[in-house]
Design a protein around this ligand. Structure first.
Ligand SMILES: Nc1nc2c(ncn2[C@@H]2O[C@H](COP(=O)(O)OP(=O)(O)OP(=O)(O)O)[C@@H](O)[C@H]2O)c(=O)[nH]1
Ligand SMILES: [Zn+2]
Length: 256
């Protein structure tokens, strides 16, 4: 932060005009116009019994927080029992007796991010700090579920941001990864949602997120490419506009 209260980012010349970016510490850059791919513009009303008044949201303002997800366990178990029957299995044989319920609980765990909101996870761990150097937390383990095949994808997430008067409790970056990875996802949306969440939390001069994922839908089935990795990134603010800042982040991420 400089003496006139502006961020380090303020001295950087724009390569080309981007209407949503502002350099000033007080304004930062707007994320309202940063579209999160796959995010429904308007919340959808659930048709699930007991959830009629509940809206399914994938955006940050209105995280899906149904009080009755646990209450759906019996119905989910019945679905898994049907699935076992469809596979030609006998769900009443001793080894499978408790499988539908176990599978339902496991699926609830894999999607527990729907039960979390950004606000509650941050728990006010946002601190005023006159620090304007890059903060990077890298190689955060991530486990998610491919929304196309309902099989896992997993990998690691690296997050960097350039503070602008506020810093975030370090563990909260990993917790943000949990909120958005523990849902049905595509990797691109996950990457962007993490970046937007960090922006909402501390209004930094910029945020960078890189996700490296292995998709079991490409490993165990389909094209069966066992060594392929998918790398996605989202660069916001100064990381998007300033190649040097971006390079500094990428060097830190790739260093051993
Ligand atoms: N962009 C993107 N695609 C994904 C992700 N996870 C899975 N997919 C892709 O989703 C696509 C679904 O394609 P479809 O042709 O409808 O389904 P499919 O017949 O099972 O496709 P194959 O995987 O090619 O066998 C596949 O290309 C998957 O690789 C993701 O996180 N991001
Ligand atoms: Zn898939």
């Amino acid at each position: 932060m400089t003496t006139n209260g502006e961020c380090r980012a303020n001295g950087i010349r724009k390569s080309k005009p981007r209407p949503i970016i502002s350099r000033s510490c007080s304004e930062n850059y707007e994320i309202n116009d940063v579209e999160v791919p796959g995010t429904p513009k308007t919340p959808r009303t659930s048709t699930t019994p007991g959830h009629e008044k509940c809206t399914f949201h994938h955006d940050l303002e209105l995280d899906h927080n149904p009080p009755t997800r646990e209450a759906m366990l019996p119905e989910m178990s019945r679905s898994y029992r049907l699935l076992l029957e469809s596979l030609g299995e006998n769900p009443d044989r001793p080894g499978l007796l408790k499988t539908p319920e176990r599978a339902a609980k496991a699926m609830l765990f894999f999607t527990k991010g729907y039960d979390q909101s950004l606000e509650e996870v941050l728990n006010d761990a946002i601190f005023d700090e006159d620090h304007d150097e890059m903060v990077v937390v890298k190689d955060i383990e991530m486990f998610s579920m491919c929304e196309h095949h309902l099989v896992p994808f997993y990998g690691k997430v690296s997050i960097g941001y350039l503070p602008c008067g506020k810093i975030l409790g370090l563990s909260k970056l990993a917790r943000i990864v949990e909120i958005y990875s523990r849902r049905l996802q595509v990797q691109e949306r996950l990457t962007k949602q993490i970046a937007v969440a960090v922006t909402k939390a501390v209004q930094p001069a910029g945020v960078a997120v890189v996700v490296e994922g292995v998709h079991m839908c490409m490993v165990m089935r389909g094209v069966q490419k066992i060594n392929s990795k998918t790398v996605t990134s989202t660069m916001l603010g100064v990381f998007r506009d300033d190649p040097k800042t971006r390079e500094e982040f990428l060097n830190l991420v790739h260093s051993k």
